[in-house]
Write a protein that binds this ligand. Structure first.
Ligand code: IPE
Ligand code: IPE
Ligand code: MG
Length: 236
């Protein structure tokens, strides 16, 4: 069993939190009820990450493609995000959680974008866990934006390396995820961290996100601990 002292604990866990809509539909509830319940699962995931000694937790909360959903659902998700931030920030800060946002936050409007930025500033010196929230995030958009920034910075093509290119991504200074979890039974990446997941271990579960709990997190870590990561090389 993986524990906080084991080297087989992933330093960075990323989660594609999927299945809120199906959770609600199964109960005859509107989709927003699933998103609301999903916010409670976010608290459980953060607690589990802290308890297991994980250093980085990235949560895919809203994708670039999710803007295509009906306006009402986008509004509900934006409202819940705002509400989550306001109700949880003080406690996250007290627990030593540093918040970092990746994605095109401006698309949520200047007020929320600024609130997110203030939350990052407020928690900037916390050391226990870095919580990376992927909001209006798309992997391809991130890579194109990084290429633009590299060009704007005047990098010569012969000087461009995997290492310095990674510094232009939203995730500069965040190590690549070791383990990615996707709930709800779907087995795809859905444009999540395309660059950063190059060698991540992937764990799928049929559990719908609103039902995700500490035990599920522990199961993922347990399976991770038993895997052999080779990175293309020969086993030692
Ligand atoms: C995940 O749940 C939340 C977001 C993508 C914002 P979904 O809303 O995708 O739920 P399903 O996949 O329809 O069940
Ligand atoms: C991925 O879930 C995005 C988030 C969890 C935020 P989706 O429900 O949007 O993905 P697809 O459409 O099933 O691939
Ligand atoms: Mg979904």
């Amino acid at each position: 069993m993986a524990d906080a002292t084991s080297h087989s604990v992933p330093s960075h866990v990323a989660i594609i939190m999927d299945g809120n809509g199906r959770w609600a539909a199964a109960r005859g509830l509107p989709r927003v009820a699933g998103h609301r319940e999903g916010a409670k699962a976010v608290r459980r995931a953060i607690e589990a990450a802290v308890n297991h000694g994980v250093h980085y937790l990235t949560l895919f909360a809203f994708s670039s493609e999710n803007w295509q959903r009906p306006a009402g659902e986008v509004q509900d998700l934006t409202f819940l995000l705002k509400h989550y931030l306001r109700s949880e920030l003080a406690e996250l800060d007290a627990e030593g959680v540093r918040l970092k946002v990746i994605g095109e936050r401006e698309r949520f409007g200047p007020a929320l974008a600024q609130e997110l930025e203030e939350a990052e500033h407020k928690t900037a010196n916390n050391k226990r866990l870095t919580l990376v929230l992927a909001l209006s995030y798309g992997g391809r958009a991130e890579i194109v934006a990084a290429a633009r920034r590299a060009i704007e910075a005047g990098i010569k093509s012969e000087d461009l390396t995997e290492q310095n290119f990674a510094n232009f991504l939203f995730t500069a200074e965040v190590p690549d995820p070791d383990l990615v979890i996707r709930t709800s039974g779907e087995q795809r990446i859905s444009n999540f961290l395309l660059w950063q997941l190059a060698y991540a271990e992937i764990w799928f579960t049929k559990v719908l996100w609103p039902d995700f709990c500490g035990r599920d997190f522990a199961s993922a870590l347990e399976e991770y601990a038993g895997r052999e990561r080779r990175f293309g090389a020969r086993p030692v």
